[in-house]
Write a protein that binds this ligand. Structure first.
Ligand code: SF4
Length: 330
């Protein structure tokens, strides 16, 4: 279990996880709530959740929820997507401050200015956004992709139009290679996938002969070049499940994902690829997303109990919904 992230002014005292789990189970019934947990949140939260998965699976699952309330343990833009996909439900998130460095790297006002510049130059393009964007950005786009469906959606963009891909430059570069389509890339990236150390990966391969490297396409190109299997979180999970022979996998994605891998394919050994600490240049094996780590069992319990914080409906959610619907549900 990871340590809870506490910001100045917040207090967080230790509570027995088993008591918290029992309390959460009771509150779910009392409040008519379902819990959705992204694969990157702490394993204990995944275990109390009714739905777990990557962004694509959870966005689709949201439409199947029958309870009146959804608690989304993930980051803010995921809570927005849950509300957009299911406006009649009350959507709560355990911590309003759980953001995303990747979503933050593409503010809606800057995207709008850039799109206007391109149009003024007479360029015909579709804007394709990775799902890790705010709802305001989604409302400015033509398509939304996840790492799981990106190749298929890019195929649907008419060949006579350019593609502006936001916000992840690494995923965009990878998709250019896979699809053969040229793209204008927004220079954003995820702070977690950005830090994998190529030296650490090479060393881990040397120390684990016969190991297999699996990586998320948000990783930089130098990591993907020596990766054996590239895929979004759900694709990686399916892949490790399909390998029957016990194998050592070196995993280049958020380290909480290892919990889902171990549950799905316990015959294997999973080792997180080391990251690099920017301030010291040393390697470490944490690779935890500090935003996802803001979700704790206490905060899940508290948001159920207090019925807050809640994602409120905004005007631009309607347009974001039209884009999400055509991209994810059709
Ligand atoms: S792992 Fe990266 S992309 Fe995912 S929520 Fe954290 S900062 Fe955002």
């Amino acid at each position: 279990m990871s340590l809870p992230v506490v910001t100045p002014g917040e207090t967080d005292t230790y509570e027995d996880p088993l008591d918290l789990i029992n309390e959460i189970d009771e509150l779910k019934k009392e409040k008519d709530a379902s819990i959705m947990a992204h694969f990157y949140v702490d394993g204990d939260i995944q275990d109390v959740a009714d739905y777990t998965g990557d962004s694509l699976k959870l966005a689709r699952d949201c439409t199947q929820v029958t309870t009146g309330t959804i608690v989304f343990a993930g980051v803010h833009f995921m809570g927005e997507s849950a509300k957009i996909m299911n406006p009649a439900k009350r959507v709560l998130i355990p911590d309003m401050l759980a953001g995303c460095s990747l979503a933050d790297s593409c503010p809606a006002d800057q995207l709008q200015v850039f799109q206007e510049q391109l149009r003024a130059e007479g360029r015909k393009f579709d804007t394709v956004a990775y799902i890790n964007t705010t709802a305001a950005v989604k409302s400015l786009c033509d398509w939304i992709v996840t790492s799981g469906n990106a190749a298929e959606i890019i195929d649907r963009v008419p060949k006579d139009r350019e593609i502006l891909f936001v916000p992840d430059q690494h995923l965009g570069r990878y998709l250019m290679e896979v699809s053969g389509r040229k793209m204008i890339l927004w220079p954003g990236s995820c702070m977690v996938h950005e830090v994998f150390s190529i030296q650490g990966l090479v060393r881990a391969k040397r120390n684990n002969p016969g190991s297999v490297v699996i990586a998320h396409p948000e990783c930089p190109q130098n990591i993907l070049e020596i990766t054996d299997f590239i895929g979004g979180t759900e694709k990686m999970r399916q892949h490790v499940m399909s390998v029957k022979e016990p194998t050592t996998f070196l995993v280049a994605t958020e380290s909480a994902m290892i919990h889902a891998f171990q549950k799905s394919a316990p015959q294997h050994n999973f080792i997180p690829v080391p990251g690099i600490i920017a301030s010291t240049g040393e390697t470490c094996a944490c690779n935890r997303c500090p935003h996802m780590a803001r979700n704790t069992l206490q905060k899940v319990r508290d948001c159920l109990k207090n019925e807050s914080p809640e994602i409120e409906w905004r005007d631009y959610f309607q347009q974001a919904r039209a884009v999400l619907d055509k991209s994810l549900l059709k």
